[in-house]
Design a protein around this ligand. Structure first.
Ligand code: FAD
Length: 368
């Protein structure tokens, strides 16, 4: 009897995994505890234009803004990155999820919403069938099958205001370990009349709402948002660093997306990275069902493909987490002197720092 494939969690990672499997003509069912997966919206939707094109999802209906620049603030200094054309897209996360659900359904995926799978159900399913755990940062699948821990967690608080951003083309990032240790704070124009403000702090340093209040008062954001209507607000969590184990041959379990810790350590971004993880998990399951290959080939392939970029994101994150505000200001001034703003603007693919370095080296060789 052919094994069934069950995906737990209809976020972007689970939907990409299920869609990939269905394309091989294999029956796959995806479960989500929410009646309407993707809502309420708890996360931002900034993705690199390159990364988005790699996913092959038509996101035009979810697009709320295009960004061509970023200002990175640290200790009274600012690094301005400006590209000639938009390099990042801002997506409405709810609509993005709806698009991914429609695409999965049209490939033949069975989608069951409003259904939470418990630990005992997961254990029972794994006796005969395959499970892909794409059930987010606090993954029941990972806990049930003892897949180890992710490296660390970042707690977030974000608010969307109905107000006209002063600059609709650039996002502002604030590196300040006295306010947002572990990540950063941000102000992003989500559209022509929507401004998003958010903070991320290491879970070791506690309360993200308190950090948010300190951020908006310290950096004068309170005046910018004064009187503006709140569209959405809330706290959430981002896992950082790959989980110890993301595939288990014995129990036929794979993890993808936040459940696997597939986010970039430097920014916490997981839409592109986690979706790619979902696609790779889906391919490994199809390969297993069709050719009998080991499910754990997914883990080795994922680690091999992303080794360099994962290491670079960790290095960048470690650097800004360990520096004081004054030291970070010095680094920004040095980067400004070296013309980093222009180089990042020309070559910046925020998902693949190794590509930026390759292109930078190539450019130096050509100039030399
Ligand atoms: C504030 C914030 C800002 C962010 N900004 C960005 C950004 O700008 N760009 C970017 O790329 N990334 C960003 N991220 C990260 C990004 O949101 C995540 O990496 C991504 O959403 C992970 O997708 P996922 O499919 O793995 O998990 P999720 O989207 O969390 O989906 C998991 C699904 O599993 C379901 N589920 C959970 N348990 C069960 C169960 N037992 N049974 C059934 N269903 C279950 C849940 O209901 C949920 O729908 C941000 C995150 C946060 C918190």
């Amino acid at each position: 009897m052919q094994r069934k494939v069950n995906v737990v969690g209809a976020g972007n990672a689970g939907l990409m995994a299920a869609k990939t499997i269905a394309r091989y003509g294999i029956d796959v069912t995806i479960y989500d505890q929410k009646q309407k997966p993707g809502y309420p919206i708890r996360a931002s939707g900034i993705v690199s234009a390159n990364g988005l094109s790699r996913l092959g999802v038509n996101c035009s209906k979810a697009l709320t803004n295009s960004l061509s620049g970023a200002r990175i603030h640290a200790g009274n200094s600012v690094l301005e990155v400006k590209a000639k054309a938009p390099v990042a897209k801002v997506l409405d996360r709810g609509i993005l999820n709806e698009i991914c659900m429609d695409e999965a359904a049209s490939e033949g995926v069975s989608i069951i919403t409003g259904r939470k799978l418990s630990a005992s159900e997961l254990m029972a399913i794994s006796k005969n069938d395959i499970i892909i755990g794409a059930d987010g940062a606090v993954s029941e699948v990972a806990t049930t099958f003892r897949m180890g821990a992710v490296k660390r967690y970042v707690l977030t608080y974000r608010v969307e205001y109905n107000t006209e951003p002063q600059d609709t083309e650039s996002v502002d990032i604030y590196l300040d370990n006295s306010i947002s240790p572990g990540l950063f704070s941000w102000v992003c124009p989500n559209g022509k009349d929507v401004l998003e403000v958010g903070v991320g702090v290491s879970s070791l340093h506690g309360n993200s709402k308190r950090a948010f209040d300190r951020f908006i008062s310290h950096y004068g954001i309170t005046e910018i948002i004064s009187g503006a209507k709140i569209i959405s607000e809330g706290a959430s969590i981002i896992p950082i660093g790959l989980r110890q184990k993301i595939a288990d041959d014995k129990n036929h379990v794979l993890l993808a997306g936040d459940a696997a810790g597939q986010t970039k350590a430097s920014t916490g971004g997981g839409i592109v990275f986690g979706s790619q993880g979902g696609i790779m998990a889906g391919e490994a399951v199809a390969d297993h069902m069709i050719h009998g290959s080991r499910l754990s080939s997914y883990e080795s392939r994922f680690r091999r493909k992303n080794r360099m970029d994962l290491a670079m994101h960790s290095m960048i994150s470690r650097a800004y987490r360990s520096l004081s505000e004054r030291e970070m200001g010095m680094v920004i001034r040095m980067l400004n002197k070296a013309g980093a703003g222009r180089i990042l603007g020309d070559y910046g693919d925020m998902d693949r720092p190794t590509e930026i370095i390759k292109r930078f080296i190539l450019r130096r060789k050509i100039v030399a």
